[in-house]
Design a binder for this molecule. Structure first.
Ligand code: 5GP
Ligand code: MN
Length: 353
């Protein structure tokens, strides 16, 4: 690990030792990696004897991840969306804030303001490109890695309490780390490095029940979700002459299929199974904006496309962004034309390189 030095680990250890109240914060619309790394950090801090630790979320996490949070004492997770005051108070009164799986405060959305005004020491553990390190007393940022959960695994196992032995991780942390790595790699389909398999091997040897994780992640969905997937791939998918696949999922369709947070996870990758498709976008209508997910094949930068055309960013082959309504488009019916125009500009510029 390039970015895990003894010096930084010692600083992290000192910050944890000296902290009385700690907030763990992750990005908006938290996914498996965001929740996995947060729950794992929580378990570790509790095992260090820290009593006042909260996980503070900008908004709700998908219910299919509740198996990793089920064992937490009630009141551990504070969600700004449903309790702004308590969430802000937790961060404002913390002396240590640990930021996981995001590279800049604006990615914490509703929590951005309180993060900026907090005088607590802050720690970053993240795997996205272009991190804003300035606000952080210590930052661990690695992009050649599967997930924030994997990076956290390497940080935690390097701490003296764990001493390189994954069996010493609290059981709930080990399960949460395996979960975050599994969702961010799409169950080992992408971003899988030698270090990722080493982590998986050590966690399995430490007794993590991977079958139970896979069951919880992939075999507990609703019938609606599968039928929606069929509808999206059959009726809503467009493929442009530039080899860009895109789907616009408007609110009406989301209501029709009772779409819940996390239900469309993974769908954006599916069109990449077509040989001629080089990049895939999923646009989901939300309040005042359309959320954009971008995935690309080797040689095409989803990150650059999201940065240049969709007010976002992320990783080289998996990124996200948004189109503002009004602003970028007047309403969702214009999303398709926007995608066609902007991906054409992007793909033809890529070709010229
Ligand atoms: P998703 O499509 O699953 O929402 O996001 C794909 C990846 O890009 C995730 O790792 C996510 O954290 C990241 N991402 C999504 N939106 C943004 C954004 O606006 N900025 C940055 N830097 N990363 C993003
Ligand atoms: Mn992640």
């Amino acid at each position: 690990m390039k970015d895990i030095s003894t010096h930084k680990l010692e600083r992290l250890e000192r910050l944890i030792d000296g902290a009385r109240r700690i907030s763990i914060v992750t990005h908006m619309k938290p996914d498996g990696d965001a929740m996995g790394s947060s729950v794992a950090m929580y378990g570790f801090l509790r095992s260090c004897g820290k009593e006042d630790v909260k996980i503070v979320l900008p908004d709700r996490f998908p219910s299919n991840l509740d198996f990793i949070t089920a064992g937490l004492p009630s009141g551990t997770i504070l969600t700004h969306e449903s309790g702004a005051r308590a969430a802000e108070a937790a961060i404002a009164s913390s002396d240590l804030v640990i930021c996981l799986d995001f590279n800049a405060f604006h990615r914490a959305d509703r929590l951005e303001k309180v993060l900026r005004s907090s005088s607590a020491a802050k720690v970053l553990i993240d795997h996205h490109l272009n991190p804003d390190r300035a606000p952080f007393a210590v930052s661990f940022s690695e992009t050649e890695i599967s997930s924030a959960s994997e990076l956290l695994y390497h940080v935690l196992t390097a701490m003296p309490q764990i001493g390189g032995d994954a069996r010493r991780l609290p059981a709930e942390s080990a399960t949460a780390l395996m979960t975050g790595m599994t969702t961010d790699t799409n169950n080992f389909a992408n971003s899988t490095y030698p270090s990722t398999l080493e982590m998986a091997s050590s966690l399995l040897a430490a007794g993590v029940d991977r079958d139970a994780i896979l069951y919880n992640l992939y075999n507990r969905h609703s019938e609606n979700r599968l039928r929606l997937m069929g509808h999206m791939m059959k009726d809503l998918l467009t493929i442009t002459a530039d080899g860009v696949a895109y789907i616009v999922l408007d609110r009406k369709t989301q209501l029709e299929y009772h779409v819940e947070e996390g239900d469309t996870e993974g769908f954006v990758n599916m069109p990449l199974s077509i040989e001629s498709v080089k990049m895939s976008l999923l646009l989901k209508e939300d309040a005042g904006l359309v959320r954009v997910s971008v995935r690309s094949k080797k040689g095409i930068s989803a990150n650059m496309c999201a940065r240049q055309h969709f007010n976002g960013g992320g990783h080289e082959n998996a990124a996200g962004g948004r189109l503002y309504i009004p602003g970028d488009i007047a309403d969702v019916t214009q999303a398709a034309a926007y995608v066609e125009r902007h991906t054409h500009i992007f793909m033809t510029e890529e070709d010229e390189k």
